[in-house]
Design a protein around this ligand. Structure first.
Ligand SMILES: Cc1ncc(C[n+]2csc(CCOP(=O)(O)OP(=O)(O)O)c2C)c(N)n1
Ligand SMILES: [Mg+2]
Length: 576
C-alpha cells in the first residue's frame, strides 16, 4: 500500500521554447503548460513584467479582479471546478498582503493554488520592516499556511521553484503555495533549455500497521449493527467517488456527507441522508447519535461536524477515520478509535478487497430506521410557504428551476445554512462554498472563478445582504466580463445570524450592523439587471423568468427577518 499523490489534470507539453526569453514569459508558459485556462490578477509596478507576460500570452486567459483577496478566491473557484491548479498574480507589499485572506481559505479548504507576487528588485531586499518601493517580506509571513513558499533569488532557479511549487500544491493533501519574484528577476532573460528542474521525492513510506488498520475497520463493521459511512471532501479530491459508491453498496451502510462532499451524491438516493454535522439536516443528528460505528473517509471529522465537544456521536460509538494528514488523526480530544493515515482511494480499494471475501451482518433494520427518520423530518415544510418569504422555501424553488448544469455558490449566514440543509443536488448539480470557515463575501469571487472555469454552467449565487458587502466590488467584474451569474441576495434586515447569537448570549442587544443597502441602486451602479422577489406565491415562475434570461442579474429576495434556522435534532435515538 502506498500513499500515492492524487492524480493531476491533463497537462500539455510545452512547445520547444526559444533559446532565450524573458523570465516572466517563461513563468506564464509554465502556468499554461499546467492546464490552467485562466489566471486572476490585479496589476502593479512591482509585478509589471509578469502582468505583461500573463496578459499577453497567446493561449493563457486572464481576468482582473478588484481586490487581491477576491482574485485568490476566483482562482480557488476555478480550481474546484476544473479539478486542477488555480493561479493568482499580485504585486508587492499590499498586493500580496491582500491576497492572504484568500490563501488561508485555500489552506483550510485544501485547494491547490499558486500565488505569484512581484517583489522589489534584489538590490533593495533587506530585513527592515519594509524595503525598496512597497517591498515587504511576504514569504516569511505566509510560511505557516502554505505548502511551499520561496523568493526566487536566481533566474536559473525559476524552473525548479515552479515545478516544486506546482507539485506541492497538488500532491498529498492539496493546498496553496507562494512564489515571490523580485522585479529584476522577472525581467531577466533565461535559456529554458538549460534550466534545472525539480524531481519529486518518493511518496512517503507506508505507515507501520496500516494493513492492520484496514483489518480493524473490517472487524469493526463485522461487529456492528448500525454502521454509518461519512463521505468527506477528500473523496472528491482523490476522484474516488465511484469506488466510494461501491463501498457503500457493498456494506449496505447508510451514508452522510460533510459540507464539501454533499453535492457528490443525489439526496434522492435511498441510502444517502445528506449533509450532517452541527448545521446538517434535521434527521442526521438522530442518525449520528444512533450509529454504533462510524467510518469517515476523506474527512477530518472537524468540530463543525461531530460537535463542539466531539459529542455528536454516542459515547460508545467506535470511530475509524481515514485521512492523509496525520494532524487530523491526532486532534486533541477527538474520539478516534482507528486512525488510518492513507490516501482515501488506496484505503477504499483495500477495504473493497477485504470485503469481497468477508461476510458482513445484515444492516437492513438500521437502514430502514434511517429512511423513516429522513421521511419524518423534511427540511422544507408547508408552513414555510408564507409571506414574508422563508429562505428555505426560496432555495427549494431555486433548485426546482435550476438545471443539471447549475453550480450553487453560497456565502455566510442564512445562505450557508439553507443551501446546506435544503439542496438535493440531483443529476450532477454542484456547489461551491467556504467549507471550513463560512467566510462572508466568498460567494461572488467563487462564482466568478466557476463561471470562467465552465462557461456553460448556470452559476447561481445565494448570498446575504451582509455578506455581499465584503466583496461587492466584484459585481463589476461580473458585469465587465458579462458572466451569466445570477446573484440572489437574501434581504433579512442585516446580520440575522448574529442577531440570533445576540438573542441567545447578549440579552437581545444588537450592534450597529442592521443597515441594508438599496440593491436596486447597487445594481444600477454596477451595470446589472435588477429583480425584486417579495412574494412566495409567484417565486417559481419569477425565478424561471430570471433564469431564462442570458447574462448577469442581481436579485433581491425579501425574506423574513426573524426566520428560524434549523439545527439537527440531537436527542437520543431508539432503534426499535
Ligand atoms: C469574514 C467574516 N466576518 C464575520 C463573520 C461572522 N458572521 C457570520 S454570519 C454573519 C452575518 C452575515 O450576514 P448576512 O450575509 O446578511 O446573512 P444573515 O445572517 O443575515 O442571513 C457574520 C457577521 C464571518 N462568517 N465571516
Ligand atoms: Mg442578512
Amino acid at each position: 500500500v502506498t500513499t500515492a499523490p492524487y492524480s493531476a489534470p491533463a497537462r500539455t507539453p510545452a512547445p520547444a521554447p526559444p533559446a532565450s526569453l524573458r523570465l516572466a514569459d517563461y513563468v506564464a508558459e509554465f502556468v499554461r503548460s499546467q492546464g490552467v485556462p485562466r489566471v486572476f490578477m490585479l496589476s502593479g509596478t512591482g509585478s509589471i513584467h509578469m502582468d505583461d507576460a500573463f496578459a499577453n500570452h497567446p493561449e493563457l486567459g486572464y481576468a482582473t479582479a478588484r481586490h487581491e483577496g477576491a482574485a485568490v478566491v476566483m482562482a480557488s473557484g476555478l480550481a474546484q471546478i476544473t479539478g486542477g491548479l488555480g493561479v493568482v498574480l499580485a504585486t508587492t507589499g499590499p498586493g500580496g498582503i491582500n491576497a492572504i485572506t484568500g490563501v488561508t481559505e485555500a489552506w483550510v479548504d485544501s485547494v491547490p493554488l499558486m500565488v505569484i507576487t512581484g517583489q522589489a528588485p534584489r538590490r533593495h531586499l533587506a530585513s527592515t520592516r519594509y524595503f525598496g518601493i512597497q517591498g515587504f517580506n511576504v514569504v516569511d509571513a505566509v510560511g505557516s499556511f502554505t505548502k511551499y513558499a520561496a523568493v526566487v533569488m536566481e533566474p536559473e532557479s525559476i524552473r525548479y521553484h515552479l515545478e516544486r511549487a506546482a507539485h506541492a500544491a497538488r500532491s498529498g493533501r492539496p493546498g496553496p503555495v507562494w512564489l515571490d519574484i523580485p522585479a529584476d528577476i522577472q525581467a531577466a532573460m533565461v535559456d529554458p533549455g538549460t534550466l534545472r528542474g525539480y524531481e519529486p521525492g518518493a511518496p512517503e513510506p507506508d505507515e507501520l500497521g496500516l494493513a492492520l488498520s484496514f483489518d480493524e475497520i473490517v472487524a469493526m463493521l463485522r461487529g456492528a449493527e448500525r454502521p454509518l459511512l461519512v463521505l468527506g471532501g477528500g473523496v472528491k479530491q482523490a476522484r474516488a467517488l465511484p469506488a466510494f459508491r461501491q463501498l457503500a453498496e457493498r456494506t449496505g451502510a447508510p451514508v452522510v456527507a460533510t459540507r464539501f462532499a454533499q453535492d457528490q451524491l443525489s439526496y434522492g438516493l435511498d441510502w444517502y441522508f445528506g449533509l450532517a454535522g452541527i448545521r446538517g439536516r434535521r434527521h442526521t443528528g438522530l442518525i449520528m447519535r444512533g450509529a454504533d460505528c462510524v467510518l469517515g473517509l476523506g474527512t477530518s471529522l472537524a468540530h463543525g461536524f461531530i460537535g463542539e465537544d466531539f459529542d455528536g456521536f454516542g459515547a460508545d460509538t467506535r470511530i475509524a477515520l481515514v485521512n492523509l494528514d496525520p494532524a487530523e488523526l491526532s486532534k486533541p480530544g477527538a474520539p478516534i478509535d482507528v486512525p488510518v493515515r492513507a490516501d482515501v482511494r488506496v484505503a477504499i480499494a483495500e477495504l473493497l478487497e477485504r470485503l469481497a471475501v468477508t461476510e458482513l451482518p445484515d444492516y437492513t433494520p438500521w437502514m430502514r430506521h434511517c429512511r423513516e427518520l429522513k421521511d419524518r423530518h423534511p427540511t422544507v415544510v408547508p408552513a414555510y410557504m408564507s409571506n414574508p418569504i422563508n429562505s428555505y422555501h426560496f432555495v427549494e424553488c431555486l433548485e426546482r428551476q435550476s438545471s443539471p448544469r447549475s453550480v450553487f455558490v453560497s456565502d455566510a449566514g442564512s445562505s450557508y445554512y439553507i443551501t446546506g440543509q435544503a439542496l438535493r443536488f440531483e443529476d450532477g448539480r454542484r456547489q461551491l462554498t467556504s467549507g471550513a470557515y463560512a467566510s462572508m463575501g466568498i460567494a461572488l469571487p467563487l462564482a466568478i472563478g466557476a463561471s470562467f472555469a465552465d462557461p456553460a454552467a448556470q452559476v447561481l449565487v445565494v448570498t446575504g445582504d451582509g455578506s455581499i458587502e465584503l466583496n461587492i466590488q466584484e459585481l463589476r467584474t461580473v458585469s465587465q466580463y458579462g458572466l451569466g451569474i445570477k446573484v440572489f441576495v437574501i434581504n433579512n434586515g442585516g446580520y440575522a445570524s448574529i442577531r440570533d447569537s445576540q438573542d441567545a448570549m447578549c440579552g437581545g442587544r444588537y450592534t450597529d450592523d442592521q443597515d441594508v443597502l438599496d440593491f436596486e441602486k447597487v445594481a444600477a451602479a454596477f451595470d446589472l439587471r435588477f429583480h425584486l422577489l417579495d412574494r412566495f406565491e409567484t417565486l417559481d415562475e419569477e425565478i424561471r423568468g430570471i433564469l431564462d434570461q442570458d447574462g448577469p442579474a442581481l436579485i433581491e429576495v425579501v425574506c423574513d427577518t426573524a426566520q428560524e434556522m434549523l439545527r439537527p435534532i440531537s436527542g437520543p435515538s431508539s432503534v426499535s
